[in-house]
Design a protein around this ligand. Sequence first.
Ligand SMILES: [Zn+2]
Length: 97
Amino acid sequence: MNVPFDKVTRAQRISLVCKVCGQPFKRDVIEVSTVNPWNRNPDGSVRTLEEVGQYVDALLTASLDRVKKKGSVCRRCSAMPHGQPTNTILSMLTEAQ
Ligand SMILES: [Zn+2]
């Protein structure tokens, strides 16, 4: 039987500047967790819905910090070979047509 667990989702959209092309873009940082028998507090007790909410909040905060510190690459650049400036790729694409 498939037991439906209560799911907690936290999402925040942040503004970043692409490390490759320098263009500003937005990215959704999302963290999800469920209330389930394996989701436990450090003391071993099963997390309640409220505690899972706090846990996911902490995960999201950590993820936001990580993304902001590490920086990110916009969707357009992430689909391209690493380190190639966008303009170079675009002119290559134009020439190929
Ligand atoms: Zn970019």
